[in-house]
Structures are given as structure tokens and as C-alpha cells.
Design a protein around this ligand. Structure first.
Ligand SMILES: [Zn+2]
Ligand SMILES: [Zn+2]
Length: 281
């Protein structure tokens, strides 16, 4: 017989009791609080757009579903940020550094819920900043230089749309919807879109995009890519949507895309996008 998993509200209620924090406050800090802006609703037993898939199997994570910033973990605020569960988060907004998505010691996905598994001493607690597999101190992970300042700024702007309560929800939803569609175009396996991708790769000087092939595509798409790949495609997508719609239209023209190529698989197209492609061939 299968063990009964607690429902999300049951977990929140228990957390509410033990932390003396109202349930609605806890809900505001959960991924479901992004519903309406980032995705229609959080999918409990499946994959949600923009949320890194964990690939849970017997309570283990098989995918890199949690990113981290070593410098953030080295502060006195030792916790894994909610933003690190999102595929659109590839840089630390505080430290201007690229995020990592695996343990630098053993390359395993981060699984902080398993830190105590196998411990013989119930009275000591291994710190959260240790890898649960090899105990590497994640705080001393080597980071590969600073983040691209343009990508950092773009992620900062996106985060503002996501987090700021005064930002218009519809505007935020349109922003993320268009960004996701552009990413889907850039990572598409359709041969019609290949020339468009090459044009963008050439302008942005991103080798990962230039060498992208159909065989690189995984069934879960952008959300399941390694963080270096997501960083490259996000850089290109933000570049394309900058100076909207002129640059996007120019690249679509140079990539010889037809209007049907631009609108394919985009049923809930925002008016801002449909207006941008008016006049395309
Ligand atoms: Zn940081
Ligand atoms: Zn490790």
C-alpha cells in the first residue's frame, strides 16, 4: 500500500502551528504565489512552466531542480531562496554572480531535505550548506566570474515584475508569456526556425546557441536544461525582446520567418505580441 503524502495545505497548517505564522503569509512565500503572473496555476503532480523539474524518484531528486549562490549561503541568512527553484533565475541579484545548479564536489543535484539521511547521531545537525551526498561545503564553491551585467539587469527587472505587489499582474503575465514563447522559438527543433536561431547566435556571440542541435532538445524543454544553457538562451531571449518590437521583428525578417512561424504554438498570444508581428510576411 502506498504511503499517504500530506496535502500542501496540511503541510502549511503544520508549519503555521510550529512557526506561529498565519497560513496566508506562508502561502505568500510559496511558489503558488506566482500563479497569475508566471504561470496559470502551480501543478502539484506534474511540471509547472518556469519551475525547475526535480525528477523525484523515491524522495531523491534526479534533476538539478534547485540552484544556489555560494555567497548567499555564506551569509547569516542560511536558507534556499524561492527564486532558486525557477528556471528563469540564473544569476544572483544580490552578488551579481552566476548561480550554480549542482554540487561542485560530486555534481549531484542539491537535496537539502536529505542532509540528515544516514546520520548516526540524532543530536547533531549537519548544516544546510553541506552537500547531502558528499558533504562538500557549498559556500566555498568556485564561481565562474561575474554575471553578464545585461543579463543581471534583465533578471532583476523580471524579478521586480514577479515580486512587486504594485506591478500590474496582466503586464507581468504578458512579459513572461512572450519571454517563454521566444525561448521556445530559440530552442525549437523545427527546421524552419533554425535560420532565426543562427542569426540570433551570430549577433549575440553565444556559442551554446550556435551549436544547438535538435538532438540537444529534451522533452521538458527549457526548464530542464542545465543552467549554463538556460543562461545562454535567456541572454538571447532578453536581447531579442529588448527595444520591443523592432529588434525581434528585424531578427525574424533576417531569419526568414513567416507570420505562421511566429504564432505557432502560441494560443494565448498577448496583444503586445500580435501587434508586434502585424505586417510580418
Ligand atoms: Zn548571492
Ligand atoms: Zn556533493
Amino acid at each position: 500500500m502506498l504511503a499517504c503524502r500530506p496535502k500542501p495545505l496540511e503541510v502549511l497548517s503544520e508549519l503555521s502551528r510550529s512557526t506561529m505564522t498565519p497560513v496566508h503569509v506562508l502561502q505568500g512565500h510559496s511558489l503558488s504565489a506566482f500563479a497569475g503572473r508566471l504561470f496559470p496555476e502551480l501543478v502539484r503532480n506534474g511540471n509547472t512552466p518556469w519551475v525547475l523539474p526535480l525528477g523525484i524518484f523515491h524522495r531523491r531528486f534526479r534533476r538539478a531542480g534547485l540552484s544556489f549562490c555560494p555567497e548567499c549561503l555564506a551569509t547569516n541568512q542560511l536558507y534556499f531562496r524561492r527564486r532558486w527553484r525557477l528556471s528563469l533565475a540564473t544569476t544572483c541579484l544580490t552578488h551579481l554572480r552566476p548561480l550554480l545548479d549542482a554540487c561542485p564536489g560530486c555534481n549531484a543535484p542539491l537535496q537539502p531535505h536529505r542532509i540528515e539521511v544516514g546520520s548516526k547521531n540524532p543530536y547533531t545537525s549537519s548544516p544546510l550548506y553541506n552537500c547531502s551526498v558528499c558533504s562538500t561545503d557549498l559556500r566555498i564553491s568556485q564561481l565562474d566570474g561575474d554575471a553578464d551585467p545585461r543579463l543581471w539587469q534583465a533578471e532583476r527587472d523580471s524579478n521586480h515584475l514577479l515580486m512587486h505587489p504594485l506591478c500590474d499582474t496582466k503586464l507581468a503575465a504578458e512579459h513572461f508569456s512572450i519571454l517563454r514563447h521566444v525561448l521556445a522559438m530559440l530552442t525549437s527543433s523545427r527546421s524552419r526556425v533554425a535560420a532565426f536561431r543562427f542569426v540570433v547566435a551570430d549577433r549575440t556571440h553565444l556559442p551554446i546557441i550556435e551549436s544547438w542541435r535538435k538532438s540537444d532538445l529534451n522533452p521538458l524543454g527549457f526548464d530542464a536544461m542545465q543552467i549554463e544553457q538556460r543562461r545562454a538562451f535567456l541572454t538571447a531571449a532578453y536581447w531579442l525582446t529588448d527595444e520591443w518590437p523592432n529588434r525581434f521583428r528585424q531578427m525574424a525578417f533576417e531569419g526568414r520567418l513567416r507570420k505562421s512561424d511566429l504564432t505557432r504554438d502560441f494560443p494565448l498570444m498577448p496583444q503586445r505580441f500580435s501587434a508586434a508581428i502585424m505586417g510580418s510576411a
